[in-house]
Design a protein around this ligand. Structure first.
Ligand SMILES: Cc1ncc(COP(=O)(O)O)c(C=O)c1O
Length: 374
């Protein structure tokens, strides 16, 4: 099996720890264990946890806590895995056979696209279109209808979306479900940015909209805990049973401390505090981003994000996005993600979820390079 490099992840893993300012992340500044537990007794309990093999599909307490977030779900509908990345891997690996057609809403985090393609799927890109005048990305359900056939196995969305930060509402989810139902396709919604909304209500989950829904998520973005590598899949129990078989071949189970800390992160009071922290940081930093953008004039164009710590913008300077990102890294020690990694040259993804002073300084350096390029 041939697999193409996952361009964005490789770019980040190569450089994110060697630049002075990393604006390539799409989540918020992570917490320490002390900040997460905010209670001395719990820290002691964590230190005393025996480092066993955990219940391999996630402890009962953790699966109960996850299930409680999805109306009507029981813990049998939940599989705990190592990050959203393993959630997407297991679901795609299980569902996609050679020759299956897979529709992916683009732009997108390209993990499932790359995986499905390597598994022999015929990829059917479904493009969102930016309306820069009206400040929104349009999702065309008629275009989806035209793409779907009896061979469509899976429709993939990311909601809220990476890299655009756009959120799909209930009506669009129902529309996607209707199209999928006509051909019996599964719909996978990667909802990892749910809970990191800049304004408005929490993004609706696909769960409950369709009986062939698969939801993947993790603690990496809205909760600020990427280092726990703690993710989950919510799907009908018979599918979860199959996913568990796959999980035995990948990583067996979640880490003991990750399971322990995730149970604490989901305690209602603590969960609310984590999401409030994310919201505070995003609101504060987006104000910095907005000031920066208004000082740039019309050469940078964008649709304001609904969620996530990402600004996806279009520029008109005479330089390709990979070359621009490389010059920023080499000359200014700032890491961003070039639009080329999403198949969209002349776009950039800039993460603004870090410490505010880093975001301020990073954006100043981006501006300095753009001025030099002219
Ligand atoms: C849409 C999306 N899904 C999954 C992942 C991977 O998540 P995790 O770090 O929880 O494995 C990312 C990371 O950036 C992402 O943006």
């Amino acid at each position: 099996m041939q697999i193409a490099p996952f361009q964005m992840e490789r770019w980040q893993s190569t450089h994110e720890h060697s630049v002075e300012i990393n604006l390539s992340d799409s989540g918020v500044h992570p917490l320490t264990m002390r900040e997460l537990l905010d209670d001395g007794d719990e820290l002691v309990r964590a230190a005393d946890e025996r480092l066993i093999y955990t219940q391999t599909n996630g402890s009962e307490a953790l699966r109960e806590a996850v299930a409680a977030l999805y109306p009507g779900a029981t813990r049998d509908a939940v599989q705990v895995v190592n990050g959203g990345a393993e959630a997407n891997l297991i679901a795609t690996w299980d569902l996609v056979d050679p020759g299956d057609e897979v529709v992916v809403l683009l732009p997108n985090y390209m993990q499932i696209f790359g995986l499905a393609e390597s598994l022999g799927a015929v990829m059917r890109p479904w493009h969102m279109v930016p309306d820069l005048e009206r400040g929104r990305w349009s999702v065309d359900l008629a275009a989806l209808e035209a793409l779907v056939t009896q061979r469509t196995k899976l429709i993939v969305i990311c909601n809220p979306n990476n890299p655009t930060g756009t959120r799909l509402g209930e009506e669009t989810l129902d529309g996607i479900a209707r199209v999928a139902e006509r051909v019996g396709a599964w719909v996978l919604a990667d909802e990892i940015y749910q809970g990191s909304e800049l304004h408005g209500d929490e993004t609706p989950t696909l769960w409950g909209h369709y009986d062939r829904a698969i939801v993947t998520n993790s603690l990496s973005k809205a909760y600020g805990l990427p280092g726990l590598r703690l993710g989950w899949i919510v799907a009908p129990p018979q599918l979860i049973e199959r996913f568990w078989t796959r999980h035995d071949y990948t990583t067996i189970g979640p880490g003991t401390l990750s399971d322990f800390l995730a149970v604490r992160a989901f305690e209602p009071g603590r969960r609310a505090r984590l999401l409030e922290r994310t919201h505070r940081l995003l609101t504060r930093n987006y104000a910095v981003v907005a000031d920066w953008l208004s000082a740039q004039g019309s050469r940078l164009r964008f649709v304001p994000p609904d969620a996530g710590a990402m600004l996806y913008l279009k520029y008109d300077h005479a330089i390709g996005s990979s070359e621009l990102a490389e010059r920023l890294r080499a000359e200014k020690s700032v890491l961003i993600v070039p639009g080329d990694h999403f198949g969209m040259d002349h776009w950039l993804r800039i993460g603004f979820g870090g410490e505010t002073e880093h975001v301020v300084e990073g954006l100043a350096r981006v501006r300095a390079l753009l001025d030099e390029i002219g």
